[in-house]
Ligand binder design. Structure first.
Ligand code: ADP
Ligand code: MG
Length: 233
């Protein structure tokens, strides 16, 4: 579904992403981990068309390098950001509706917005202003707004950050349902190894923009190179 090939991104002297290649299969939950500054969020920025880069990114067999972000969104690639960013004075329902209106080529569909509200357990809070939501609900809303675009692939950037263990379980349950019930392919950047081994079927570890290893999450997390790069963090 998504094919990253020899992708490199330099910011001046700094190589943030260094010759990365990997493939995400349809229906998969694909994990990405690595120390702070490894280039994980930059990789998302490249996939979603924020910066120019060297190499190739193909989505459903079609080269998307050079496409503007809105066009990439309409092809079916959605993402969330590390820090939840909402429009504080907008209601929960309108925030999801905006995603549905701008992100998808399909007709605006109020029934779909209701479906998403129920799916993320925000139906009862649909008229609340997003600025009043607690962190977990804000995170749910960010995921809901991304789902509003009817994505084929959803890219989550450290969705568990700042959450307690109960909230982590709720988010994990939601991510599983998005993958299994909605049939959406998922890429997840996460620090918690337990979350990654539980959710993903393939895990890529990067450090200073470079692949350390990639494969079955249980093999990857017990790899000495990975343990070393985490202890060094
Ligand atoms: P991660 O998400 O893995 O913590 P990032 O992708 O945010 O890492 O950053 C990777 C490296 O690229 C860091 O050294 C960061 O400072 C640098 N970087 C990220 N975005 C920019 C930018 N827009 N301009 C310059 N340097 C950047
Ligand atoms: Mg990051």
């Amino acid at each position: 579904m998504l094919e990253i090939k020899n992708v490199t991104k330099k910011f001046g002297e700094l190589t943030a992403v260094n010759n990365l290649s990997f493939t995400v299969e349809k229906g998969q939950v694909f994990g990405i981990a690595g120390p702070n500054g490894a280039g994980k969020s930059t990789l998302y920025n490249l996939i979603t068309g924020l910066y120019p880069f060297e190499g190739s990114i193909k989505f459903e067999g079609k080269e998307i390098r050079g496409f503007p972000s809105h066009k990439i969104a309409k092809l079916g690639i959605a993402r969330t950001f590390q820090i939840p960013q909402t429009f504080p004075s907008l209601t929960v329902k309108k925030s999801i509706a905006i995603g549905n209106y701008f992100g998808s080529d399909a007709e605006f569909d109020p029934a779909y917005v209701d479906e998403i509200l129920k799916f993320v357990n925000l139906y009862d809070k649909q008229d609340e202003k997003t600025g009043q939501l607690k962190l977990l609900d804000k995170k749910m809303l960010m995921i809901a707004a991304a789902l509003g675009t009817r994505p084929k692939i959803l890219m989550l950037d450290e969705p568990m950050a700042g959450s307690n263990s109960k909230e982590i379980l709720s988010l994990m349950e939601l991510i599983k349902r998005i993958n299994q019930d909605m049939g959406i392919t998922i890429i997840i950047i996460e620090h918690f190894m337990k979350v990654l081994t539980e959710l993903t079927s393939k895990l890529l570890i990067i450090e200073t923009g470079t692949e350390i290893c990639c494969g079955d999450p249980n093999d990857v997390t017990s790899d000495s190179r990975v343990i070393e790069c985490y202890l060094g963090d």
